[in-house]
Design a protein around this ligand. Structure first.
Ligand code: UD1
Ligand code: CA
Length: 468
Protein backbone atom coordinates (compact mmCIF):
# COMPACT_ATOMS: atom_id res chain seq x y z
CA UNK A 1 0.00 0.00 0.00
CA UNK A 2 1.23 3.52 -0.76
CA UNK A 3 2.61 5.26 2.29
CA UNK A 4 1.37 8.74 3.13
CA UNK A 5 2.99 11.90 4.42
CA UNK A 6 1.78 15.27 5.69
CA UNK A 7 4.18 18.03 4.62
CA UNK A 8 3.79 20.74 7.24
CA UNK A 9 5.34 24.09 6.40
CA UNK A 10 5.53 26.60 9.22
CA UNK A 11 4.78 30.05 7.82
CA UNK A 12 2.95 31.93 10.55
CA UNK A 13 5.95 34.09 11.37
CA UNK A 14 5.70 37.79 10.75
CA UNK A 15 9.33 38.18 9.77
CA UNK A 16 9.62 41.39 11.78
CA UNK A 17 13.28 41.87 10.88
CA UNK A 18 12.47 41.95 7.16
CA UNK A 19 10.59 45.23 7.63
CA UNK A 20 8.28 44.44 4.73
CA UNK A 21 4.49 44.48 4.56
CA UNK A 22 3.96 40.99 3.16
CA UNK A 23 4.41 37.87 5.29
CA UNK A 24 8.03 36.70 5.13
CA UNK A 25 7.01 33.48 3.37
CA UNK A 26 5.88 35.56 0.39
CA UNK A 27 9.05 37.65 0.11
CA UNK A 28 10.43 37.11 -3.37
CA UNK A 29 13.76 35.85 -4.59
CA UNK A 30 14.68 35.17 -8.22
CA UNK A 31 11.10 35.88 -9.24
CA UNK A 32 9.27 33.53 -6.85
CA UNK A 33 8.01 33.56 -3.27
CA UNK A 34 10.21 31.89 -0.63
CA UNK A 35 7.31 29.51 -0.07
CA UNK A 36 7.41 28.32 -3.70
CA UNK A 37 10.87 26.83 -3.21
CA UNK A 38 9.99 24.93 -0.05
CA UNK A 39 6.68 23.65 -1.44
CA UNK A 40 8.44 22.45 -4.62
CA UNK A 41 11.18 20.71 -2.64
CA UNK A 42 8.73 18.99 -0.28
CA UNK A 43 6.30 17.87 -2.99
CA UNK A 44 9.20 16.87 -5.25
CA UNK A 45 10.63 14.69 -2.48
CA UNK A 46 7.25 13.02 -1.83
CA UNK A 47 6.80 12.30 -5.51
CA UNK A 48 10.35 10.90 -5.93
CA UNK A 49 9.79 8.70 -2.88
CA UNK A 50 6.43 7.35 -4.04
CA UNK A 51 4.64 8.90 -1.06
CA UNK A 52 1.12 10.20 -1.32
CA UNK A 53 1.37 13.74 0.08
CA UNK A 54 -0.50 16.83 1.09
CA UNK A 55 0.95 20.17 2.21
CA UNK A 56 -0.33 21.86 5.38
CA UNK A 57 0.71 25.50 5.49
CA UNK A 58 0.54 27.00 8.94
CA UNK A 59 -0.36 30.65 8.42
CA UNK A 60 -0.84 33.56 10.79
CA UNK A 61 0.29 37.10 10.02
CA UNK A 62 -1.71 38.40 7.00
CA UNK A 63 -2.92 34.92 6.17
CA UNK A 64 -5.24 36.26 3.46
CA UNK A 65 -2.17 37.07 1.35
CA UNK A 66 -0.85 33.51 1.71
CA UNK A 67 -4.32 32.19 0.81
CA UNK A 68 -4.36 34.40 -2.29
CA UNK A 69 -0.93 33.05 -3.26
CA UNK A 70 -2.22 29.52 -2.78
CA UNK A 71 -5.35 30.06 -4.87
CA UNK A 72 -3.29 30.55 -8.03
CA UNK A 73 -0.70 27.88 -7.29
CA UNK A 74 -0.52 25.14 -9.96
CA UNK A 75 -0.54 22.48 -7.22
CA UNK A 76 -3.29 24.09 -5.10
CA UNK A 77 -5.19 20.78 -4.98
CA UNK A 78 -2.43 19.45 -2.74
CA UNK A 79 -2.14 22.55 -0.54
CA UNK A 80 -4.14 23.33 2.62
CA UNK A 81 -3.81 26.14 5.11
CA UNK A 82 -4.13 25.96 8.88
CA UNK A 83 -4.54 29.12 10.87
CA UNK A 84 -2.41 29.64 13.95
CA UNK A 85 -4.15 32.59 15.59
CA UNK A 86 -1.42 33.52 18.01
CA UNK A 87 2.23 32.64 17.58
CA UNK A 88 3.03 30.67 20.66
CA UNK A 89 5.95 28.71 19.28
CA UNK A 90 6.77 26.02 16.76
CA UNK A 91 5.02 23.18 18.67
CA UNK A 92 1.89 25.30 18.86
CA UNK A 93 2.17 25.87 15.09
CA UNK A 94 2.21 22.11 14.45
CA UNK A 95 -0.74 21.70 16.82
CA UNK A 96 -2.62 24.32 14.82
CA UNK A 97 -2.04 22.21 11.73
CA UNK A 98 -3.56 19.07 13.26
CA UNK A 99 -6.38 21.08 14.81
CA UNK A 100 -7.40 22.63 11.48
CA UNK A 101 -6.59 19.59 9.37
CA UNK A 102 -7.36 16.57 11.61
CA UNK A 103 -6.96 14.11 8.74
CA UNK A 104 -3.22 14.85 8.90
CA UNK A 105 -3.20 12.49 11.93
CA UNK A 106 -3.90 9.63 9.51
CA UNK A 107 -0.71 10.11 7.50
CA UNK A 108 2.10 7.64 8.21
CA UNK A 109 4.73 10.37 8.34
CA UNK A 110 4.85 14.07 9.20
CA UNK A 111 7.50 16.28 7.66
CA UNK A 112 8.10 19.68 9.22
CA UNK A 113 9.83 22.48 7.30
CA UNK A 114 10.23 26.24 7.64
CA UNK A 115 8.92 28.52 4.93
CA UNK A 116 11.91 30.84 4.74
CA UNK A 117 14.61 28.48 3.39
CA UNK A 118 14.54 28.70 -0.41
CA UNK A 119 17.79 26.78 -0.94
CA UNK A 120 16.31 23.52 0.36
CA UNK A 121 15.84 20.83 -2.27
CA UNK A 122 14.11 17.48 -2.52
CA UNK A 123 17.46 15.72 -2.07
CA UNK A 124 17.80 16.89 1.56
CA UNK A 125 14.38 15.49 2.38
CA UNK A 126 15.28 12.23 0.63
CA UNK A 127 18.42 11.86 2.74
CA UNK A 128 16.47 12.56 5.92
CA UNK A 129 13.71 10.11 4.98
CA UNK A 130 16.21 7.38 4.06
CA UNK A 131 17.73 7.66 7.55
CA UNK A 132 14.31 7.23 9.15
CA UNK A 133 13.40 4.28 6.95
CA UNK A 134 16.75 2.55 7.48
CA UNK A 135 15.82 1.79 11.08
CA UNK A 136 12.21 0.72 11.70
CA UNK A 137 12.59 1.41 15.44
CA UNK A 138 13.29 5.12 14.82
CA UNK A 139 10.36 7.49 15.39
CA UNK A 140 11.92 10.74 14.21
CA UNK A 141 14.93 12.37 12.58
CA UNK A 142 16.11 15.99 12.59
CA UNK A 143 18.40 17.55 9.99
CA UNK A 144 21.47 19.12 11.61
CA UNK A 145 24.74 20.69 10.50
CA UNK A 146 27.86 22.22 11.96
CA UNK A 147 27.21 25.96 11.86
CA UNK A 148 29.99 28.46 11.09
CA UNK A 149 28.19 30.71 13.55
CA UNK A 150 25.76 28.74 15.74
CA UNK A 151 24.24 31.86 17.26
CA UNK A 152 20.44 31.77 17.31
CA UNK A 153 20.13 28.08 16.51
CA UNK A 154 19.06 25.27 18.85
CA UNK A 155 22.09 23.14 19.80
CA UNK A 156 22.16 19.37 19.32
CA UNK A 157 23.02 17.43 22.47
CA UNK A 158 23.55 13.81 21.60
CA UNK A 159 22.28 11.33 24.24
CA UNK A 160 21.33 7.65 24.46
CA UNK A 161 19.49 6.34 22.59
CA UNK A 162 18.26 9.66 21.26
CA UNK A 163 19.30 13.30 21.54
CA UNK A 164 17.75 16.55 22.56
CA UNK A 165 17.86 20.14 21.44
CA UNK A 166 18.46 23.10 23.67
CA UNK A 167 17.46 26.54 22.45
CA UNK A 168 20.11 29.25 22.64
CA UNK A 169 18.17 31.18 25.30
CA UNK A 170 17.96 28.15 27.56
CA UNK A 171 21.49 26.86 26.95
CA UNK A 172 24.41 26.91 29.39
CA UNK A 173 27.72 28.41 28.23
CA UNK A 174 29.09 24.92 27.62
CA UNK A 175 26.04 23.96 25.56
CA UNK A 176 26.38 27.13 23.51
CA UNK A 177 29.85 26.03 22.46
CA UNK A 178 28.34 23.03 20.59
CA UNK A 179 28.60 23.73 16.89
CA UNK A 180 26.07 21.11 15.71
CA UNK A 181 22.74 22.89 15.36
CA UNK A 182 19.12 22.15 14.55
CA UNK A 183 18.02 23.11 11.03
CA UNK A 184 14.32 23.09 11.95
CA UNK A 185 13.60 20.32 9.36
CA UNK A 186 12.23 17.04 10.66
CA UNK A 187 10.54 13.86 9.52
CA UNK A 188 8.61 11.93 12.15
CA UNK A 189 6.33 8.95 12.33
CA UNK A 190 2.98 10.58 12.97
CA UNK A 191 2.20 8.23 15.84
CA UNK A 192 5.19 9.67 17.75
CA UNK A 193 3.86 13.20 17.20
CA UNK A 194 0.45 12.06 18.46
CA UNK A 195 2.03 10.62 21.62
CA UNK A 196 4.19 13.61 22.50
CA UNK A 197 2.86 16.85 20.96
CA UNK A 198 0.03 17.35 23.46
CA UNK A 199 2.34 17.11 26.45
CA UNK A 200 4.87 19.76 25.33
CA UNK A 201 4.97 22.59 27.87
CA UNK A 202 6.18 26.17 27.61
CA UNK A 203 8.17 26.35 30.84
CA UNK A 204 11.30 27.78 29.21
CA UNK A 205 12.95 31.20 28.92
CA UNK A 206 10.82 32.26 25.91
CA UNK A 207 7.52 30.95 27.26
CA UNK A 208 7.04 29.32 23.82
CA UNK A 209 5.98 25.79 22.97
CA UNK A 210 9.08 24.23 21.41
CA UNK A 211 8.65 21.67 18.66
CA UNK A 212 12.18 20.58 19.44
CA UNK A 213 10.76 18.85 22.54
CA UNK A 214 9.61 16.04 20.21
CA UNK A 215 13.23 14.96 20.48
CA UNK A 216 14.33 13.59 23.85
CA UNK A 217 17.22 11.42 24.94
CA UNK A 218 14.87 8.58 25.87
CA UNK A 219 13.09 8.50 22.48
CA UNK A 220 14.27 6.55 19.49
CA UNK A 221 15.19 9.67 17.53
CA UNK A 222 18.34 10.58 15.66
CA UNK A 223 20.06 13.72 14.35
CA UNK A 224 21.08 13.41 10.70
CA UNK A 225 24.06 15.65 10.11
CA UNK A 226 24.42 17.28 6.69
CA UNK A 227 27.84 18.29 5.32
CA UNK A 228 26.83 21.86 4.46
CA UNK A 229 24.61 24.48 6.05
CA UNK A 230 23.78 26.14 2.75
CA UNK A 231 20.56 24.22 1.98
CA UNK A 232 19.12 25.22 5.35
CA UNK A 233 19.97 28.92 5.26
CA UNK A 234 16.95 30.81 6.54
CA UNK A 235 16.09 34.36 5.67
CA UNK A 236 15.47 36.90 8.39
CA UNK A 237 16.66 40.16 6.83
CA UNK A 238 16.66 41.79 3.41
CA UNK A 239 20.44 41.44 3.40
CA UNK A 240 20.11 37.65 3.77
CA UNK A 241 17.44 37.71 1.06
CA UNK A 242 19.92 39.39 -1.31
CA UNK A 243 22.61 36.84 -0.40
CA UNK A 244 20.30 33.93 -1.13
CA UNK A 245 19.21 35.60 -4.37
CA UNK A 246 22.84 35.63 -5.50
CA UNK A 247 23.30 31.98 -4.54
CA UNK A 248 20.16 31.05 -6.50
CA UNK A 249 21.49 33.11 -9.41
CA UNK A 250 24.74 31.20 -9.46
CA UNK A 251 22.83 27.89 -9.28
CA UNK A 252 20.57 28.94 -12.14
CA UNK A 253 23.48 30.10 -14.34
CA UNK A 254 25.36 26.86 -13.65
CA UNK A 255 22.33 24.80 -14.73
CA UNK A 256 21.92 26.88 -17.90
CA UNK A 257 25.61 26.62 -18.82
CA UNK A 258 25.45 22.85 -18.35
CA UNK A 259 22.51 22.96 -20.75
CA UNK A 260 24.60 24.67 -23.45
CA UNK A 261 23.86 28.35 -22.88
CA UNK A 262 26.85 30.69 -23.31
CA UNK A 263 27.24 33.81 -21.17
CA UNK A 264 29.78 36.44 -22.20
CA UNK A 265 29.84 37.82 -18.66
CA UNK A 266 27.66 35.77 -16.30
CA UNK A 267 28.33 38.03 -13.31
CA UNK A 268 26.24 40.82 -14.85
CA UNK A 269 23.18 38.80 -15.89
CA UNK A 270 19.96 38.42 -13.90
CA UNK A 271 17.77 35.42 -14.69
CA UNK A 272 14.70 34.43 -12.68
CA UNK A 273 14.31 30.87 -11.47
CA UNK A 274 11.49 30.05 -13.90
CA UNK A 275 13.25 31.17 -17.11
CA UNK A 276 14.03 28.49 -19.73
CA UNK A 277 16.82 28.92 -22.33
CA UNK A 278 17.64 26.51 -25.14
CA UNK A 279 21.05 25.16 -26.11
CA UNK A 280 23.34 27.22 -28.32
CA UNK A 281 21.91 30.51 -27.07
CA UNK A 282 24.29 33.38 -26.32
CA UNK A 283 23.59 35.91 -23.62
CA UNK A 284 25.60 39.15 -23.65
CA UNK A 285 26.46 41.15 -20.49
CA UNK A 286 23.79 43.12 -18.59
CA UNK A 287 20.78 41.12 -19.66
CA UNK A 288 17.66 40.71 -17.47
CA UNK A 289 15.32 37.77 -18.08
CA UNK A 290 12.29 37.60 -15.80
CA UNK A 291 9.18 35.62 -14.96
CA UNK A 292 7.99 32.95 -17.38
CA UNK A 293 10.35 33.87 -20.19
CA UNK A 294 11.28 31.08 -22.59
CA UNK A 295 14.13 31.36 -25.09
CA UNK A 296 14.41 28.63 -27.71
CA UNK A 297 17.63 27.17 -29.09
CA UNK A 298 20.27 29.46 -30.64
CA UNK A 299 18.72 32.69 -29.45
CA UNK A 300 21.06 35.66 -29.11
CA UNK A 301 20.31 38.36 -26.55
CA UNK A 302 22.54 41.43 -26.67
CA UNK A 303 23.46 43.78 -23.84
CA UNK A 304 20.87 45.82 -22.03
CA UNK A 305 17.91 43.68 -23.10
CA UNK A 306 15.09 43.44 -20.55
CA UNK A 307 12.68 40.56 -21.20
CA UNK A 308 9.71 39.62 -19.02
CA UNK A 309 7.14 36.85 -19.55
CA UNK A 310 7.99 36.53 -23.24
CA UNK A 311 8.73 33.68 -25.61
CA UNK A 312 11.54 34.02 -28.14
CA UNK A 313 11.76 31.08 -30.51
CA UNK A 314 14.76 29.38 -32.07
CA UNK A 315 17.35 31.39 -33.96
CA UNK A 316 15.95 34.83 -33.14
CA UNK A 317 18.08 37.76 -32.05
CA UNK A 318 17.20 40.43 -29.52
CA UNK A 319 19.61 43.28 -30.16
CA UNK A 320 20.96 45.71 -27.59
CA UNK A 321 18.70 47.68 -25.24
CA UNK A 322 15.40 46.19 -26.35
CA UNK A 323 12.50 45.90 -23.90
CA UNK A 324 10.04 43.00 -24.22
CA UNK A 325 7.06 42.23 -22.05
CA UNK A 326 4.38 39.62 -22.78
CA UNK A 327 5.61 39.20 -26.36
CA UNK A 328 5.84 36.20 -28.67
CA UNK A 329 8.70 36.25 -31.17
CA UNK A 330 8.71 33.41 -33.70
CA UNK A 331 11.76 31.76 -35.32
CA UNK A 332 14.64 33.65 -36.98
CA UNK A 333 13.39 37.13 -36.13
CA UNK A 334 15.53 40.21 -35.41
CA UNK A 335 14.31 42.65 -32.78
CA UNK A 336 16.02 45.98 -32.10
CA UNK A 337 18.38 47.46 -31.21
CA UNK A 338 16.26 49.67 -28.94
CA UNK A 339 12.88 48.15 -29.82
CA UNK A 340 9.94 47.76 -27.49
CA UNK A 341 7.51 44.84 -27.69
CA UNK A 342 4.52 45.14 -25.38
CA UNK A 343 1.86 42.67 -24.32
CA UNK A 344 0.28 40.85 -27.22
CA UNK A 345 3.03 41.60 -29.73
CA UNK A 346 3.26 38.49 -31.93
CA UNK A 347 6.08 38.77 -34.44
CA UNK A 348 6.13 36.18 -37.25
CA UNK A 349 9.00 34.05 -38.48
CA UNK A 350 11.86 35.88 -40.26
CA UNK A 351 10.37 39.28 -39.50
CA UNK A 352 12.43 42.30 -38.57
CA UNK A 353 11.60 44.94 -35.99
CA UNK A 354 14.19 47.70 -36.07
CA UNK A 355 15.30 50.55 -33.85
CA UNK A 356 12.81 52.76 -32.03
CA UNK A 357 9.86 50.61 -33.01
CA UNK A 358 7.07 49.91 -30.51
CA UNK A 359 4.67 47.03 -31.12
CA UNK A 360 1.59 46.40 -28.96
CA UNK A 361 -1.19 43.80 -29.28
CA UNK A 362 -0.44 43.21 -32.94
CA UNK A 363 0.06 40.13 -35.05
CA UNK A 364 2.75 40.33 -37.70
CA UNK A 365 2.91 37.43 -40.17
CA UNK A 366 6.06 35.89 -41.64
CA UNK A 367 8.69 38.18 -43.14
CA UNK A 368 7.22 41.53 -42.11
CA UNK A 369 9.65 44.43 -41.85
CA UNK A 370 9.15 47.44 -39.61
CA UNK A 371 12.71 48.65 -39.57
CA UNK A 372 12.69 52.18 -38.16
CA UNK A 373 10.96 54.52 -35.73
CA UNK A 374 7.33 53.37 -35.70
CA UNK A 375 4.31 52.58 -33.54
CA UNK A 376 2.29 49.47 -34.40
CA UNK A 377 -0.72 49.04 -32.07
CA UNK A 378 -3.86 46.88 -32.48
CA UNK A 379 -2.76 45.88 -35.97
CA UNK A 380 -2.55 42.82 -38.17
CA UNK A 381 0.05 42.80 -40.90
CA UNK A 382 0.27 40.10 -43.61
CA UNK A 383 3.27 38.19 -44.94
CA UNK A 384 6.26 40.01 -46.45
CA UNK A 385 4.75 43.44 -46.05
CA UNK A 386 7.25 46.27 -45.70
CA UNK A 387 6.46 49.19 -43.45
CA UNK A 388 8.56 52.30 -44.06
CA UNK A 389 10.19 54.54 -41.50
CA UNK A 390 8.07 56.59 -39.12
CA UNK A 391 4.82 54.66 -39.46
CA UNK A 392 2.04 55.24 -36.93
CA UNK A 393 -1.18 53.36 -36.26
CA UNK A 394 -3.49 56.05 -34.88
CA UNK A 395 -5.36 53.39 -32.96
CA UNK A 396 -6.94 55.48 -30.21
CA UNK A 397 -9.63 58.10 -30.77
CA UNK A 398 -9.56 59.27 -27.17
CA UNK A 399 -12.31 56.84 -26.15
CA UNK A 400 -11.87 53.54 -27.98
CA UNK A 401 -9.09 51.51 -29.60
CA UNK A 402 -9.47 50.57 -33.27
CA UNK A 403 -7.76 48.06 -35.53
CA UNK A 404 -5.50 48.55 -38.50
CA UNK A 405 -5.46 45.67 -40.99
CA UNK A 406 -2.75 45.47 -43.63
CA UNK A 407 -2.53 42.59 -46.13
CA UNK A 408 0.43 40.65 -47.43
CA UNK A 409 3.14 41.75 -49.91
CA UNK A 410 2.09 45.36 -49.40
CA UNK A 411 4.40 48.36 -49.34
CA UNK A 412 3.78 51.25 -46.98
CA UNK A 413 6.03 54.23 -47.71
CA UNK A 414 7.78 56.23 -45.03
CA UNK A 415 5.94 58.60 -42.71
CA UNK A 416 2.43 57.20 -43.06
CA UNK A 417 -0.34 57.30 -40.47
CA UNK A 418 -3.24 54.86 -40.41
CA UNK A 419 -6.34 56.47 -38.88
CA UNK A 420 -7.95 53.30 -37.49
CA UNK A 421 -10.23 51.54 -38.09
CA UNK A 422 -8.78 51.18 -41.56
CA UNK A 423 -7.69 48.37 -43.82
CA UNK A 424 -5.16 48.06 -46.62
CA UNK A 425 -5.39 45.00 -48.88
CA UNK A 426 -2.77 42.59 -50.28
CA UNK A 427 -0.24 43.74 -52.92
CA UNK A 428 -1.16 47.36 -52.21
CA UNK A 429 1.05 50.44 -52.22
CA UNK A 430 0.67 53.45 -49.94
CA UNK A 431 2.72 56.49 -50.92
CA UNK A 432 5.12 58.07 -48.43
CA UNK A 433 3.78 60.87 -46.27
CA UNK A 434 0.14 59.68 -46.44
CA UNK A 435 -2.41 60.04 -43.69
CA UNK A 436 -4.74 57.18 -44.56
CA UNK A 437 -8.36 57.55 -43.46
CA UNK A 438 -10.04 55.32 -46.07
CA UNK A 439 -9.49 51.67 -46.95
CA UNK A 440 -7.16 50.79 -49.82
CA UNK A 441 -8.23 47.58 -51.65
CA UNK A 442 -5.92 44.76 -52.69
CA UNK A 443 -3.71 45.82 -55.57
CA UNK A 444 -4.63 49.47 -54.95
CA UNK A 445 -2.45 52.56 -54.69
CA UNK A 446 -3.23 55.03 -51.90
CA UNK A 447 -1.85 58.53 -51.61
CA UNK A 448 -3.06 61.17 -49.18
CA UNK A 449 -0.86 64.21 -49.12
CA UNK A 450 -1.16 67.80 -50.37
CA UNK A 451 0.55 68.30 -53.71
CA UNK A 452 3.70 70.38 -53.68
CA UNK A 453 3.90 74.01 -54.69
CA UNK A 454 7.34 75.37 -55.69
CA UNK A 455 7.90 79.12 -56.27
CA UNK A 456 11.20 80.28 -57.77
CA UNK A 457 13.06 82.86 -55.67
CA UNK A 458 10.40 83.06 -52.95
CA UNK A 459 12.61 81.69 -50.15
CA UNK A 460 14.07 85.08 -49.25
CA UNK A 461 10.67 86.19 -47.93
CA UNK A 462 10.98 83.53 -45.22
CA UNK A 463 14.69 83.68 -44.41
CA UNK A 464 15.74 85.79 -41.41
CA UNK A 465 19.03 87.04 -42.83
CA UNK A 466 18.12 88.85 -46.00
CA UNK A 467 20.66 89.09 -48.74
CA UNK A 468 20.59 92.51 -50.44
C1 UD1 B 1 13.72 27.12 15.48
C2 UD1 B 1 14.15 25.95 16.37
C3 UD1 B 1 15.66 25.96 16.51
C4 UD1 B 1 16.31 25.89 15.13
C5 UD1 B 1 15.79 27.02 14.24
C6 UD1 B 1 16.30 26.83 12.85
C7 UD1 B 1 12.28 25.75 17.93
C8 UD1 B 1 11.84 25.94 19.33
N1 UD1 B 1 13.54 26.09 17.66
O1 UD1 B 1 14.15 28.31 16.09
O2 UD1 B 1 16.08 24.85 17.30
O3 UD1 B 1 17.72 25.94 15.27
O4 UD1 B 1 14.35 26.99 14.20
O5 UD1 B 1 15.97 27.95 12.09
O6 UD1 B 1 11.53 25.27 17.12
N2 UD1 B 1 6.56 29.70 13.37
C9 UD1 B 1 5.19 29.61 13.35
N3 UD1 B 1 4.49 29.84 14.48
C10 UD1 B 1 5.10 30.12 15.68
C11 UD1 B 1 6.50 30.21 15.70
C12 UD1 B 1 7.20 29.99 14.53
O7 UD1 B 1 4.61 29.35 12.31
O8 UD1 B 1 4.37 30.29 16.66
C13 UD1 B 1 7.29 29.45 12.14
C14 UD1 B 1 8.08 30.64 11.64
O9 UD1 B 1 7.32 31.41 10.74
C15 UD1 B 1 9.27 29.98 10.95
C16 UD1 B 1 9.43 28.66 11.69
O10 UD1 B 1 8.23 28.46 12.40
O11 UD1 B 1 8.98 29.67 9.58
C17 UD1 B 1 10.59 28.71 12.67
O12 UD1 B 1 10.37 29.77 13.57
P1 UD1 B 1 11.55 30.67 14.12
O13 UD1 B 1 11.01 31.65 15.08
O14 UD1 B 1 12.37 31.16 13.00
O15 UD1 B 1 12.37 29.54 14.87
P2 UD1 B 1 13.38 29.73 16.03
O16 UD1 B 1 12.62 29.91 17.30
O17 UD1 B 1 14.35 30.73 15.65
CA1 CA C 1 11.24 32.19 17.54
Amino acid sequence: MTETIGLVILAAGKGTRMKIETPKALARTAGRALLDYVVDAALGFAEDSGLSAEVGLVVGHRKELVEAWLSTHPKRDQLRTAWQQEQKGTADALKACFLNLPHFWNYDYTLVACADTPLIQASEFRTLFAALQADPSLVGVAATFDARDPKGYGRILRGHPGFHIVEEKDATDAERRVSEVNSGFYILRTRHVREVLGSIRNDNKSGEFYLTDLFQDQFSVRPVKFPSEEPFLGINTLEQLAEVTSLLRVQKLRDLMLGGVEFLNPATVHIDHGVIIGAGSIIYPNVTLLGHTILGDRVVVESGAFIRDSEIRAGSEILANSYLEGALVHEEVTIGPMARLRTGADVGTESKIGNFVEVKKSKLAKGVKVSHLSYVGDAEIGENTNIGCSFITCNYDGVNKHKTLIGSDTFIGSDCQMIAPVSIGDDAFVAAGSTITKDVPSGGFGIARASQVTKDGAARRFLKTKKS
